[in-house]
Design a protein. Structure first.
Length: 309
């Protein structure tokens, strides 16, 4: 059977491609919105994340140029030197100039990308001068947080998924909070440099929060660190990004970024609740524990204000 690779076949291919593109464009803004919100990077909430976001588009642009040049040259060669025009393929085994060229050009491209990306990578690793240090521990299948340094020092809690089990096994309709709602979000202040020291208790996990540009493996027996500085308030969702067992999909990361005043208020309430829990465990009444808890909060606040009421 004779296959026609001439102009008619090319025209048919271009018509098919054009019709598909037109169909996609005709789907309107809803489709475009889905592409940008579901299949793209999260909207950045920190300077580092914004740099990574921009770098993503730069690298995609470079890839697009490479794609157009390589495939454009290839399809032009196929069309311009087709057999129907009487061309015969060259017969050769090596071409030193071509081999040097196709080695040198990719090397320069990769070198340029490396030079461009290095400052951002170095900035990601600079955890010095943090205003708050939090220890993050991965468990099967939840996260543990302990405030080690800064306002809130001593606070610790576990963070677990609250999605009902029946939703997970498709016995109930899924809500908008499906697989993202937790019992205790990690609370941090806005515009403060937060250092997170990350480890794991059992198997390898990964603490990933795309909105602020953090992704770090949590490895048993090792302590890794990262940092972020959220520039706007809100609740940001991440996910364990290392396959860690049967419930890997059910250990989301939820970080709530609040104002400095709201953060101080949250810290005071946490301290009061912790004090109350300890006193109740020691046999004191809830009212006595609550009263003493309020005293602890007041003394802590006074201490922060330099002894001024």
């Amino acid at each position: 059977m004779k296959v026609d690779f001439g102009l008619s076949a090319i025209r048919k291919t271009l018509i098919i491609i054009f019709s598909r593109v037109t169909l996609l464009l005709g789907c309107g803004g809803a489709f475009a919105n889905d592409l940008t919100t579901k299949y793209n990077l999260r909207e950045p909430a920190s300077a580092i994340a914004a740099e990574l976001y921009f770098m993503h588009y730069v690298l995609m642009g470079i890839c697009l140029v490479i794609f157009v040049v390589v495939f454009g040259f290839m399809f032009y060669s196929i069309y311009a030197h087709r057999k129907s025009k009487g061309f015969k393929p060259a017969d050769f085994h090596e071409n030193t100039t071509m081999e040097i060229t196709w080695t040198l050009i990719p090397f320069l491209i990769v070198l340029g990308i490396g030079i461009y990306a290095t400052p951002v990578v170095m900035a990601q690793k600079d955890t010095s001068n943090a205003e708050l240090t939090i220890k993050v521990t991965g468990y099967q299948w939840k996260w543990g947080y302990e405030y080690l340094k800064g306002e809130g020092e001593g606070i610790k809690f576990l963070q677990t998924l609250t999605t009902p089990y029946d939703q997970r096994i498709n016995n109930e309709d899924k809500t908008n909070e499906y697989l993202i709602e937790v019992d205790n979000p990690l609370v941090v202040p806005v515009n403060k440099k937060i250092r997170v020291v990350i480890t794991a208790n059992d198997v390898i996990h990964a603490w990933s929060l795309p909105a602020v540009g953090v992704k770090q493996d949590a490895i048993p027996g090792f302590v890794r660190d990262a940092w972020f500085k959220a520039e706007r308030t809100g609740t940001f969702i991440g996910q364990c990004s290392e396959l860690c067992g049967k419930d890997h999909a059910f250990m989301p990361i939820s970080v709530k970024v609040v104002t400095s005043e709201e953060y101080t208020d949250w810290v005071n309430k946490k301290i009061a609740v912790t004090k109350q829990s300890v006193d109740v465990a020691e046999g004191r009444s809830s009212n006595e524990a609550l009263k003493d808890g309020e005293s602890v909060v007041i003394s802590k606040f006074t201490e922060k204000q330099g002894g001024k009421e």
